[in-house]
Design a protein around this ligand. Structure first.
Ligand code: NA7
Length: 543
């Protein structure tokens, strides 16, 4: 593909890129997918650390676009393990014969909009030069790893790993003294598994996280039967819900109940596992008083699960409201700290000073380690986009345009960057939702938009600055009505030094967001400017 001319260039071969390619084919458009990995899977290609599994239930975390696919594929566990998700993705790619339009081990380095031809000129690290009418950034929300700049890192004589770049070869920690830095979802999932193998595991915790039990196990045949017979209805429920899944919706404020009634509901939801707990009441994310009840309940659970009261206190999150930092879903995480071969080190009280040849030093104390696992997260939502040199009209760079924080229209499009789409981009529900529900909604919206353009012989579609500004104000206003800004999290860019502190995902909910996007499309793409070679079509304004 040294030089190529396609209708659509799709960056990323994860769930988004795969489905985008399928939809492009159905529109009769020529399309290519490019990915830096050696194979399909996106996030699930890279995150293959011990214990890696999806914390959204398997039946929900799968494509809904094909009835046959849903009927034919059967998951084995309540929450799918990373290898099974990769098997599923590979199955989808083979089933729909998508691989022939995919190119691997190739990184897109730049994309520039040529105002003369009204096409994107895309370059790769292999020297490809591709011209495309549409450029779809299916680059993922959690694909650029964050490795903090620890002093002395290169001096370490043992092995180092990042959970988001785990090697393909088997890693054996048997007999080793392992240190893990980070207690987000990746740390919480890998800690029990590494602890079961290593001679000793030291967990270096800066901020404790709330975690709800997964109650993981083999998939319940009744659940499979329910999904196979009622999948259309259940998917519709997910699409119109707040987080893109089929949780039971509460209509009660946590403040309206007696302590006993509230705790009974918390207990019931807790017993269901996963994110059900977060949906216990209507106001957990909007009212500090309501949230405090959830905090107290979760603290009580941690104290029940951890034998040593001092360790339990250290594991109790006290600096952020419940659910405003990515909630973890665990299997035996807290119980792992009851093991003799596991210790917890508070690196908030005594920060990591440096990595040394034989381990690391924190708070003046040296910890000898044979291996260090960095479970230190990602430059979420914008990292992968800003890693590509993207230039729109007048050569304006994404980096420059987003220097104070991302600006998008619907998290889908960016003013000044015609015919470029960001799948689950900043300003869309994305990471606050079941990603597959959100991905499907975006891909279908983009495909419909491409179909609309092709049918009318339109050359470009571009978000207007007014619509973009209005959308970003709305994204911020909705977040202002919640507790999200009370936490230092990657939802607000706090994990990356210098990253603008704004809300990155749209917190207004999947169903509400879908309605907004659908209305905009039904109104002839209100807030966008659509232009044909022959004529200029004035858009209706406003979101
Ligand atoms: P997260 O959720 O960003 O967690 C990263 C963890 O690493 C978190 O506990 C951080 O502590 C910790 N961290 C980061 N830098 C440091 C330094 N310098 N010192 C000590 N500890 C540090 O990433 P995950 O990979 O676990 O999860 C990402 C998402 O993947 C997850 O939410 C799911 O959607 C799937 P902090 O909290 O910043 O104090």
């Amino acid at each position: 593909m040294a030089t190529a001319d396609v209708d659509a260039l799709i960056v990323g071969a994860g769930f988004s890129g795969i489905y985008m390619l399928k939809r492009c084919r159905e529109l009769g458009l020529s399309a290519r997918v490019i990915d830096a990995a050696t194979d399909v899977g996106g996030t699930w290609y890279w995150n293959r650390y011990p214990g890696a599994r999806c914390d959204v239930e398997s039946m929900s975390y799968s494509y809904s676009f094909s009835d046959e696919l849903q009927r034919d594929w059967t998951w084995t566990e309540r929450y799918a393990q990373q290898p099974e998700i990769l098997d599923y993705v590979a199955h989808v790619v083979e089933r729909f014969d998508l691989r022939r339009d995919m190119r691997f081990e190739t990184r897109v380095t730049s994309a520039a909009f040529d105002e003369t031809s009204n096409r994107w000129q895309v370059e790769t690290d292999r020297g490809d030069n591709i011209s495309a009418k549409y450029c779809v950034m299916a680059t993922g929300c959690l694909s650029t790893t964050n490795l903090p700049d620890f002093r002395g890192l290169e001096s370490f004589e043992g092995d180092t790993y990042h959970t988001g770049r785990w090697p393909h070869e088997a890693v054996d920690f048997t007999g080793k003294r392992v240190g893990i830095i980070g207690t987000g979802s990746s740390g919480v999932q890998s800690t029990p598994v590494i602890a079961a193998e290593a001679a000793h595991l030291t967990v270096f915790q800066r901020t404790p996280n709330f975690s709800v039990p997964a109650f993981h196990g083999p998939i319940d045949p009744d659940v499979v039967k329910m999904w196979k017979t009622r999948h259309r209805e259940l998917r519709q429920h997910a699409r119109t819900s707040r987080i893109g899944d089929i949780f039971e919706v509460s209509e009660t404020s946590a403040l309206d109940l007696t302590r006993e009634a509230r705790d009974a509901e918390f207990e019931r939801r807790w017993g269901q596992g996963s994110f059900n707990f977060l949906a216990s009441f209507t106001d957990l994310i909007t009212s500090r008083a309501a949230n405090d009840f959830a905090v107290d309940f979760a603290h009580k659970k941690i104290r029940q699960r951890v034998d040593d009261p001092e360790v339990a206190e250290l594991l109790c999150p006290k600096d952020h409201p419940f659910g405003t930092k990515r909630l973890c879903v665990d299997t035996d995480y807290f119980e792992t700290f009851n093991r003799d071969n596991v210790s917890l080190v508070d690196v908030k009280a005594a920060p990591i000073e440096e990595i040394t040849p034989r381990g690391l030093r924190a708070g003046g104390k040296e910890f000898e380690l044979d291996a260090i696992v960095f479970a230190t997260g990602f430059d979420a939502m914008t990292g992968a986009l800003l890693a590509i040199d993207i230039r729109g009209r007048g050569g304006i760079e994404f980096k420059e345009k987003w220097s104070d924080g991302p600006k998008t229209y619907l998290g889908l499009a960016v003013a000044g960057f015609p015919n470029l789409f960001t799948v689950t981009g900043p300003g869309s529900p994305s990471v606050l939702s079941n990603m597959i529900t959100s991905i499907e909604q975006h891909i279908e919206w983009i495909a419909d938009c491409m179909g609309y353009m092709e049918a009318r012989d339109l050359t470009t579609i571009e978000a207007s600055r007014e619509a973009e500004d209005k959308w970003m104000r709305h994204v911020s206003d909705v977040a202002d009505g919640t507790l999200f800004f009370e936490s230092n999290t990657w939802y607000v860019g706090a994990n990356i030094p210098g990253k603008p502190r704004v809300i990155y995902p749209y917190v207004g909910g999947v169903g509400a967001y879908r309605d907004i996007c659908s209305k905009i499309a039904a109104d002839g793409y209100a807030g966008f400017t659509l232009v044909s070679a022959a004529e200029h079509v004035s858009p209706a304004m406003g979101a």
